[in-house]
Design a protein around this ligand. Structure first.
Ligand code: ACO
Length: 275
């Protein structure tokens, strides 16, 4: 069945990898209210889409995302608290709730500008690969607001405190290469190689047991904010839940293939998944 079409976002597919692009290139993919509603709808649909095994979040044109739309999100809704609240909730819902809880691995593929509010969806993706040439910036300070929504939280969650403070308080832009150095993205490559590098990572993820990847990413996110005793308890219960959900019975297959068939070395790569 053909994918649903939207005014502000577009879906493209390469096999089991689904690309979801912000698509307002003439406005540098600034997030208007319409874009927020489109993204929420698209993510809800893709969450339950069986063909989507890895989700890539991209941006069409020169920008990945130039942050919230200063005109339509801030100014035009400034005197309409109900509309503002609705858009704000939708904006938070897709950028944080839907993305961080997305049941399939998510990769931010950042080819160009990434500013302000865009740091939330960047941080919510499980992985991020950037073009060396991409430009990141906490530009809020440049025009008179602080990194709101949950951007300040995203920054201190992702970066060492010195980096979070420096880039938030100065608004100084930085490149994809610098984003790797400060831990904001996994890797940066020349822009011409960005899609191939993203597909390479997607290919690695597709070779793995999807239930185990899902429970692992949920665990990594959850324990970050726990004490070790709580984490130990949580991980024991999570492990049990994963065994129940895992249709491939990965642990049994993995153990048998490793100990009996000696068909692979777990230290060097995954067992071959049954077709
Ligand atoms: N909100 C509203 N409109 C925007 C935004 C934005 N965040 N970013 C770009 N646009 C619009 C411009 O107003 C312009 O519209 P127009 O053609 O109708 O005049 C169009 O997109 C193209 O923008 P230019 O500035 O001409 O493009 P350029 O490539 O020269 O610069 C850049 C791109 C660097 C991204 C620049 O547009 C910019 O600084 N944008 C603001 C980025 C920002 O501060 N984002 C944070 C917003 S606050 C927040 O997210 C909480």
């Amino acid at each position: 069945m053909a994918d649903k079409t939207y005014e502000n976002v577009v879906i493209e597919r390469e096999g089991e990898v689904t690309f979801l692009y912000l698509n307002r290139p003439e406005k540098r993919n600034a997030m208007s209210p319409g874009l927020h509603y489109d993204m929420q709808d698209a993510l809800l649909n893709l969450e339950y889409d069986a063909q989507t095994k890895v989700l890539v979040l991209g941006g069409k044109g020169e920008a990945w995302c130039a942050g919230q739309d200063i005109k339509t999100y801030f100014r035009e809704q400034g005197n309409d608290p109900v509309a503002r609240r609705k858009t704000n909730n939708t904006s938070h819902n897709w950028r944080h709730e839907l993305l961080t809880h997305f049941s399939k691995p998510t990769i931010a593929m950042v080819q160009g500008y990434c500013f302000g509010g865009a740091f939330t969806q960047l941080s919510s993706c499980d992985f991020a690969i950037a073009a060396d040439e991409a430009i990141f910036g906490l530009s809020e300070v440049n025009w008179g607001i602080l990194p709101g929504g949950i951007v300040s939280w995203n920054l201190t969650d992702m970066l060492l405190p010195r980096h979070a403070m420096y880039y938030a308080a100065t608004g100084e832009p930085f490149t994809g290469k610098r984003a790797v150095e400060i831990g904001l993205v996994n890797e940066s490559v020349p822009r011409a190689e960005l899609k191939a590098k993203t597909m390479e990572l997607a290919g690695k993820l597709l070779k793995l047991n999807p239930s185990v990847v899902r429970y692992t990413k949920e665990a990594i996110r959850a324990v970050r904010h726990m004490g070790h005793e709580e984490a130990r308890d949580y991980l024991a219960v999570k492990q049990d839940a994963m065994h129940k959900a895992d249709k491939e019975i990965g642990e049994k297959v993995g153990m048998k293939e490793c100990l009996d068939a000696k068909s692979y070395r777990p230290g060097l790569g995954p067992y071959k998944r049954p077709t």
